[in-house]
Design a protein around this ligand. Structure first.
Ligand code: ATP
Length: 361
């Protein structure tokens, strides 16, 4: 598939609006991740792209061609499901080839494609087994392989890694990224896991309540989240968000105030008139431990918990009635009960309007 375009796509189920007027378009052969919490509408959107569910409104264009009313088999898209949906009574080899024999493709050609795909996915040793004789990761690869042998215009995947353990998820991510590069085709991938999005996507659409909160590259979304919702969703632990106030300093300059913190802001660009109540956003890696006599903006709080992740540590620090995460290389030099002084550089501050959650600067 060269391009995918969604034009005002919506879907209602009775009174529920599952997908609300989504428009976006991708460039050639993107790895598009639809990311969002449970119930945000990502599966509904994917099913409409696949042709498994008719939209209530809007159009879907593949390569500029309107496919909105085409049945799934005429869209040339292959779907990989979370539960793999393998045929239990067929061997791996027949599972891989089944879709092709139904399409009346010749035996030789089926053999060629099955061989090629099973070699790529390390399934060659498993061709005579049935699904129940496979591990979760192997089943997942068969499901992928079954989509691959069809050589479709695009792959649509609904949480394909969710049944795998952490290590397999990680190695399968690498495999999927390699697969995307090699097949040079479009992937549309649904997940609630921001690590999937950060590691594999070329473009991410962050969904919230049926709408797109932000559409961009993973780095754009991480570095410049368009809303507090996105900021709180990307990153583990996510961005710290603290209620703060915008006010004026002695010389009419703009100042950001939070308990224990006063930061002069360089200019007023982007904050808009009249916004006073804001959310101050700081990534855990941008809270820097400083000594108590540090000169400059400092947040102070009591260390509650320190988690050791091997290469780094994450401390949970109580600041007033808020809790922030601080990430640092190990050893982070904090233990529970310590009073931590944390500084933040002005360029690492994100500001969101408290009422709407939209990004200010
Ligand atoms: P999850 O990650 O939990 O699968 P999701 O983001 O994929 O969630 P959807 O399955 O697309 O979310 O559901 C979006 C909304 O639409 C939810 O409120 C859901 O209850 C509702 N919904 C989805 N399918 C139906 C249906 N067939 N009938 C009624 N409501 C539905």
């Amino acid at each position: 598939m060269a391009t995918l375009e969604l034009d005002g796509i919506g879907r209602r189920f009775g009174d529920t609006t599952a997908v609300d007027n989504i428009s976006l378009s991708t460039a050639r052969n993107e790895f598009l991740v639809l990311l969002g919490p449970s119930g945000c509408g990502k599966t509904t959107l994917l099913r409409m792209i696949a042709g498994l569910l008719p939209p209530s409104e809007g159009r879907i264009l593949v390569d500029g061609r309107d496919v909105t009313v085409l049945p799934p088999r005429e869209r040339d898209l292959a779907m990989v499901f979370q539960n793999y949906a393998l045929y239990p009574h067929l061997t791996v080899e027949r599972n891989l080839g089944f879709g092709l024999s139904v399409r009346k493709i010749g035996k030789e050609e089926i053999r060629r494609r099955v061989d090629e795909v099973s070699e790529f996915l390390d399934l060659d040793g498993l061709l005579k087994r049935r699904p129940k004789e496979l591990s979760g990761g192997q089943r997942q690869r068969v499901a992928l392989g079954r989509a691959m042998v069809r050589e479709p215009m695009a792959f649509l995947m609904d949480e394909p890694l969710s049944n795998l353990d952490a290590q397999l998820r990680s190695s399968t991510r690498t495999r999927l990224t390699a697969l995307h590069r090699r097949l040079d085709t479009t992937f549309v991938y649904v997940t609630h896991d921001q690590v999937d999005a950060m590691t594999m996507a070329t473009k991410v659409a962050v969904l919230n309540k049926g709408r797109v909160e932000q559409f961009g590259t993973p780095v754009e979304i991480y570095d410049k989240p368009a809303s507090a919702f996105v900021a709180g969703f990307m990153g583990a632990p996510p961005m710290n968000l603290l209620p703060a106030e915008l006010g004026t300093g002695v010389d009419d300059s703009l100042v950001l105030r939070a308990p224990g913190l006063e930061v002069p802001l360089p200019d007023q660009a982007g904050t808009g008139p009249g916004v006073r109540d804001v959310l101050l956003g700081v990534r855990p890696e941008h809270l820097l431990l400083v000594t108590a006599d540090h000169v400059g903006p400092t947040l102070r709080g009591r260390v509650e918990v320190v988690e050791n992740l091997g290469n780094e540590e994450i401390a949970a620090v109580e600041i007033g009635d808020q809790r922030v995460s601080v990430r640092g290389a190990r050893p982070i030099h904090l233990i529970p009960g310590d009073i931590a002084s944390l500084s933040v550089r002005p360029e690492h501050i994100h500001l969101f309007a408290r009422s709407s959650g939209r990004r200010l600067v």
